[in-house]
Ligand binder design. Structure first.
Ligand SMILES: Cc1cc2nc3c(=O)[nH]c(=O)nc-3n(C[C@H](O)[C@H](O)[C@H](O)COP(=O)(O)OP(=O)(O)OC[C@H]3O[C@@H](n4cnc5c(N)ncnc54)[C@H](O)[C@@H]3O)c2cc1C
Length: 414
């Protein structure tokens, strides 16, 4: 890096082969893989750490398989986590079974539930041994840099000024509010999501456990994630209804929550005011083009996922594995060509489209209908899955492994 006068806001520069914008699951996995292949790579993360709560907590069997292929699984599973083998729910008063992951023939037939910051911190720690990988926190990409039609890097805001990064390839992994895809002028197809999520914590004793993951009642839905000494709660609401909920008051909100999930009653007082309840906006969208010369978008930046099925993290990781597989050996002559980058879209568009279709079918036909107070009988498909264990294995495949799982083929060059 070059430095200018220490009194002026610093304007520094850095030249790399690959600049990854965003240290979420897509960006951290791609950074790890390219660093492992000896590609000079920088990952920019705008926050100072990974300790934020808007992320998914699910590490799926196919991501665990990737960890195994990277030789990281044993250490990874030493991080405290819960192993979810069965996905069950309550539809009104009727118990339903959504998926039986123990039927999967894979190294880890379960979803590892752990706060996502543990997953990202783990990748950062393990990636520290690759001299070609740099992870810069407190570094926010604010501007794409172009040379004609070629994207040549970004300008980032750093605590004491700016950092100009030139790169043979810039990869947007900056999530569903990606500024990189916006600045690149890439067209977004909005698929729509009729729901938003209220995200809050309620304390628990370590001994409390609950086999029920999701509960749906007329007009309400909640998912409770066991984080050992507290429940991470996702209360699903119809889009735009937050003001109505607030108008009814905090007590009414607490009552709705505990009537839906009685296990939360003893510590619901932990929700002391509306400041303890975060609104997370949900969207489903997809870029029509994921690449331009010098630029590729993956993860939510290419296809924003809703929380339905808890599959967005896995999809982001799988995109990263595919991108590394297809691109790691294309950096020797000035970086991957547009044709190389389009290969990534060709490989990953189908899984993204299929998964988003599954999410919209569930959102529109089950969650949204129930939230609007309609018919609360479990739909036929849910009753069939509950009755037929073989079908629970098929849904486990769809949710836990996903469409077109990726395996690591990029080289390790240390
Ligand atoms: C309410 C909600 C709950 C969800 N729950 C789950 C779940 O349980 N399981 C699941 O699998 N999926 C879940 N999802 C979907 C999941 O969060 C996403 O699909 C997944 O996080 C996508 O990963 P990503 O790496 O592409 O993007 P992100 O996880 O969004 O990461 C983007 C990263 O880029 C950083 N960043 C953004 N802009 C910049 C910038 N300009 N410069 C530098 N850094 C930047 C951000 O700080 C962030 O760290 C949920 C989604 C929502 C909305």
């Amino acid at each position: 890096m070059s430095f200018e006068s220490p009194r002026e806001p610093a304007r520094r520069s850095l030249a790399v082969q690959c600049c990854i914008v965003g240290g979420g699951p897509a960006g951290m996995m791609l950074g790890y893989l390219l660093g492992r292949s000896g590609i000079k790579t920088v990952v920019l993360e705008k926050h100072a750490d990974f300790f934020r709560d808007f992320r998914g907590d699910t590490v799926h069997p196919s991501t665990l398989q990737v960890m195994q292929e990277l030789g990281l699984l044993e250490d990874f599973l030493k991080i405290p986590h819960q192993q979810l083998t069965h996905m069950q729910g309550m539809f009104g008063k009727t118990p339903i079974r959504i998926a039986d992951l123990s039927r999967l023939e894979t190294t880890c037939p379960f979803i590892a539930l752990m706060p996502q910051w543990d997953f990202l911190n783990f990748l950062e720690t393990k990636g520290a041994r690759f001299p070609s990988l740099q992870i810069l926190k407190n570094t926010e990409a604010i501007e794409l840099v172009r040379d004609g039609s070629l994207i040549t890097g970004v300008v980032a805001k750093v605590p004491d000024g700016t950092l100009q990064i030139s790169a043979d390839l810039t990869v947007a992994c900056d999530g569903r509010h990606s500024i990189i895809r916006e600045q690149a002028g890439l067209k977004v197809e909005n698929i729509g999501a009729p729901i938003d999520v209220l995200w809050f914590r309620v304390g628990k004793s370590k001994a409390d456990s609950d086999g029920i993951f999701a509960r749906l009642q007329r007009g309400q839905m909640i998912v409770t994630i066991d984080r050992d000494d507290y429940w991470q709660c996702a209360y699903v609401i119809s889009k735009g209804k937050i003001d109505d909920i607030k108008a009814r008051g905090l007590d009414a909100f607490r009552d709705s929550v505990t009537s839906l999930a009685p296990i939360l009653r003893p510590r619901i007082g932990d929700v002391r005011n509306w400041g303890d309840v975060n609104l997370l906006t949900v969207r489903i969208d997809r870029l029509t083009r994921w690449a331009l010369p010098g630029l590729l978008c993956i993860g939510d930046a290419a296809h924003a996922m809703s929380p339905v099925g808890g599959v967005g993290v896995n999809l982001a990781v799988q995109d990263a594995v595919a991108a590394a597989n297809l691109l790691f050996d294309k950096f020797s002559n000035g970086g991957p060509s547009l044709e190389d980058l389009e290969q990534v879209q060709r490989r990953r568009l189908f899984p993204a489209r299929m998964t988003q279709t599954m999410q919209t079918v569930i959102q529109d036909n089950i969650i949204n209908r129930a939230l609007s107070g309609e018919d609360l009988k479990p739909p036929l498909v849910a009753r069939l899955i509950t009755a037929i264990p073989w079908l629970q294995g098929q849904t486990a495949r769809l949710l836990g492994i996903g469409v077109r799982p990726e395996h690591v083929h990029s080289a390790q060059r240390l």
